[in-house]
Design a protein around this ligand. Structure first.
Ligand code: HEC
Length: 407
């Protein structure tokens, strides 16, 4: 029962996470676009806001922006914050549900570092917290006055974080933790800076005072970062399903490329919506980054090199230290005979160039590590082998089930 509940928990968390994320990114893109489409109107002084007309869903909208605030407090005020909080909360539980609960499958790779599950969890969560604190300090420092410098340091910081995560976690977990760090910064920006600043502005209005423009300015710096983080973060999140992106020793370079590509594409739209023209060079830069990413994965991942007929860059065999893993002979034979033609560092099955989903089943250690997945994919469900291509018999399935469920 437990593996089934775990699968469903994972699906439900992912479902809500994606929906909350869509709502958040959607509203964030909407407001960026709205900001960029504002035009001057007589009743709002220059530089203090503007007005935009929009058409949607059978009606016309007339939206006005007051910077920092109108001189009265409107009776009905809609806040936009729960999309962000819900995205972070569901993402956080998803991280725990998949990476910390099943840390031996997803988080800890003995070939990288032999960590105890609790230590790995502390490194992961500690890394997210430390990353946020460092970022927040940076934005509050004097450097915060020069957004370009802050931007460059943030970029270098994220790439450094990716590199550091790579030194302790499995390649896949290192990638997701880098994405999670960026997403944590985004949500924390909303929770600790943007929304509190809005509350201070509202409080000042209620007290009949003129709100301090400082609050608007710092919130703007943070929401600018959030805007440029959006595309790279989504890239890092979905890349988890594409081992070619993260299974290179230079995964941190892949992160840097995704950051640049995502940022310039956002920049292109920000400029275009603001009526400052089409900066076509942005697409050229993004295309070059993606091309570099493809070359990087082809020449430095085990699967890419095998496909090109190059010798492996680093040994893909697991470290031989630690106690030998007991996987019964029969189980090894079944998995080697029915699964490893696809699930290996160098798959031999026609048309499969990389171990699907990054799941390797070509050594006793790997089989033992993936025990839970084997149970779900080929015993509890018949998802694997796909369409039973390699003709796994009912008896063999029963054997896998008995072993994988520990009976
Ligand atoms: C013909 C090639 C092939 C064979 C043989 C094969 N698989 Fe797979 N496997 C795949 C593909 C393709 C995917 C990715 C499926 C997808 O994209 O949803 C996959 C995915 C998986 C996953 C990851 C599922 C997930 O979503 O996390 C596991 C675990 C797995 N296979 C286990 C097995 C086991 C166990 C066997 C042998 C009993 C097996 N596979 C045999 C091709 C194969």
């Amino acid at each position: 029962m437990e593996p089934i509940l775990h699968e469903w928990g994972s699906l439900l968390l992912r479902w809500t996470h994606i929906i909350a994320g869509m709502a958040w990114i959607g509203s964030s893109f909407y407001f960026m676009h709205l900001d960029a489409s504002l035009r001057q109107v007589p009743d709002i002084p220059a530089g203090k806001g503007g007005e935009a007309w929009e058409v949607h869903g059978g009606g016309f909208y007339q939206v006005k922006k007051y910077l920092v605030a109108p001189d009265f407090l409107p009776e009905h005020l809609t806040w936009h914050k729960w999309q962000s909080y819900a995205t972070w909360i569901t993402g956080f539980f998803l991280l725990i549900w998949i990476y910390y609960y099943q840390s031996s499958i997803y988080l800890i790779d003995p070939a990288v570092m032999e960590l105890k599950p609790l230590v790995a969890l502390l490194i992961g969560l500690g890394g997210l917290a430390a990353g946020w604190v460092a970022y927040d300090r940076l934005c509050r420092s004097k450097l915060g006055d020069t957004p370009a410098v802050v931007g460059a340091i943030v970029f270098a910081g994220v790439v450094l974080a990716a590199y550091l995560f790579q030194q302790v976690f499995s390649p896949r977990a290192a990638f997701i933790h880098t994405g999670a760090l960026m997403a944590t910064i985004m949500s924390a920006n909303v929770f600790f800076v943007i929304i509190p600043n809005q509350h201070k502005v509202v409080a000042a209005l209620k007290a009949g005072e003129v709100p301090d423009p400082y609050y608007g300015k710092t919130a703007k710096l943070r929401s600018g970062h959030n805007n440029y983080f959006t595309l790279p973060v989504v890239f890092l999140m979905i890349s988890n399903h594409y081992p070619l992106t993260y299974s290179t020793p230079y995964a941190y370079v892949m992160v840097a490329l995704a950051l640049v590509a995502g940022t310039v594409i956002r920049y292109y739209y920000n400029e275009r919506h603001a009526g400052r023209g089409d900066k076509a060079w942005c697409w050229l830069v993004a295309a070059l980054c993606l091309a570099a990413g493809i070359v990087l994965s082809a020449t430095t991942t085990p699967a890419g090199r095998a496909a090109l007929g190059l010798p492996p860059l680093v040994s893909t065999a697991l470290a031989s230290s630690g106690p030998p893993v007991a996987v019964p002979e029969e189980v090894q034979n079944i998995v080697m005979g029915r699964c490893s033609m696809c699930h290996a560092a160098e798959p031999v099955y026609e048309g499969i160039v990389i171990a699907p989903r990054g799941v390797m089943l070509d050594t006793p250690e790997a089989i033992a590590r993936n025990r839970h997945l084997i149970l779900v994919q080929s015993a509890l469900t018949h998802a694997m082998p796909p369409n039973n291509l390699t003709e796994l018999s009912a008896e063999d399935r029963a054997m896998l089930k008995a072993w994988a469920s520990g009976r």
